[in-house]
Design a protein around this ligand. Structure first.
Ligand SMILES: NC(=O)c1ccc[n+]([C@@H]2O[C@H](COP(=O)([O-])OP(=O)(O)OC[C@H]3O[C@@H](n4cnc5c(N)ncnc54)[C@H](O)[C@@H]3O)[C@@H](O)[C@H]2O)c1
Length: 282
């Protein structure tokens, strides 16, 4: 597999495409928005040029990696002759299902169709096609150019061959895949993150320690690069809140109910770094 098509040129798709191209794959990047395609190209150029300035990448390698991402706005043209598709459009089930139905129609019969969804198991999407055995989740982490992990999650009908191809594709892109055998909400990383973060909020609410001390305890004691409150500010407290609410709604498990303090921050527009204030001021 030396060719890849990425559908959706937003925060994730743009960098998934560029990461693959950095490792020698020929990539087609598709988006319905010409503006998003332009933005993706500019942003990737910026990232690679910063590496060149820091001496981490040669100018020639940067130029050839940028040249290996071809932008194609038409879906049928984007998947013509492709062996592997990664979908990274908005987190909207109906949209993903309609794209998979269309992909099934226009992509080669043998092509793997992967989704980068953070929350939707592939079985919810794959039955929009008649090739569920070739559909799989590949959950990349933001920012893809930095984060070295892909959760490969097989659905109940994903074949061994498709799973192996997804693992191989992640490796070919210079990323470390982990195999998740069963579809489960939150997959592995987000479930563990949610459990730890939820405990941090409980400790805060019970007055056991302040948020700054909890962050320092986790950073120094567990060697996390950021404690749960600092990480919330970094990702956006609205994102954390919505993820928590989603888990609470699907599981009905009280452990996932968003804490009142988190809710209050979101309602006050204190969304973290991007808003200038969250738990901390920026
Ligand atoms: N942002 C994250 O931290 C993160 C992490 C892991 C996974 N994800 C998942 O990745 C996916 C994309 O997230 P994102 O943050 O990149 O979103 P985004 O909003 O930055 O980008 C989505 C892109 O999809 C494009 N799009 C919409 N409809 C389309 C269509 N019919 N055909 C082609 N392109 C279309 C939009 O124009 C946009 O460029 C989501 O499923 C999300 O859950 C996001």
């Amino acid at each position: 597999m030396n060719q890849l098509t990425v559908i959706g040129a937003g925060s994730m798709g743009a960098q998934i495409a560029q990461q693959a191209a950095l490792h020698g794959l020929d990539v087609i990047l598709n988006d319905t928005s010409e503006q998003q395609l332009r933005k993706a190209a500019e942003s990737n150029r910026g990232h690679l040029m910063r590496r060149v300035e820091k001496g981490k990448l040669s100018e020639a390698d940067a130029q050839s990696a940028l040249g290996r991402v071809r932008q194609v706005a038409d879906l049928a043209e984007a998947v013509h002759g492709t062996e592997f598709v990664i979908e990274a459009v908005f987190e909207d089930l109906d949209l993903k299902r309609s794209i998979f139905a269309e992909l099934h129609r226009v992509a080669p019969a043998g092509a793997v169709l992967a989704s980068n969804s953070s929350t939707m198991g592939i079985s919810k999407i794959a039955d929009a096609t008649t090739r569920p055995e070739r559909c799989v989740n590949m959950h990349f982490f933001y920012p893809v150019l930095v984060m070295d992990l892909v959760e490969v999650v097989r659905g109940p009908r994903t074949s061994d061959e498709t799973t192996e191809k997804a693992m191989a594709m992640a490796r070919a892109m210079g990323r470390t895949p982990v195999l998740i055998n069963k579809e489960i909400d939150g997959f592995v990383v987000n479930r563990i993150l949610h459990a730890a973060t939820q405990e941090a909020y409980r400790l805060l609410e019970a007055g056991v320690a302040g948020y700054e001390d909890i962050d320092v305890a986790v950073e120094k004691g567990l060697k996390w690069p950021m404690g749960p409150f600092r990480l919330g500010d970094f990702s956006g407290l609205d994102v954390t809140y919505k993820a928590r609410l989603h888990m609470f709604n699907v599981t009905g498990d009280e452990r996932y109910r968003p804490s009142p303090q988190l809710e209050a921050k979101v309602k006050a527009g204190k969304l973290g770094r991007k808003a200038g204030e969250g738990w901390y001021k920026y």
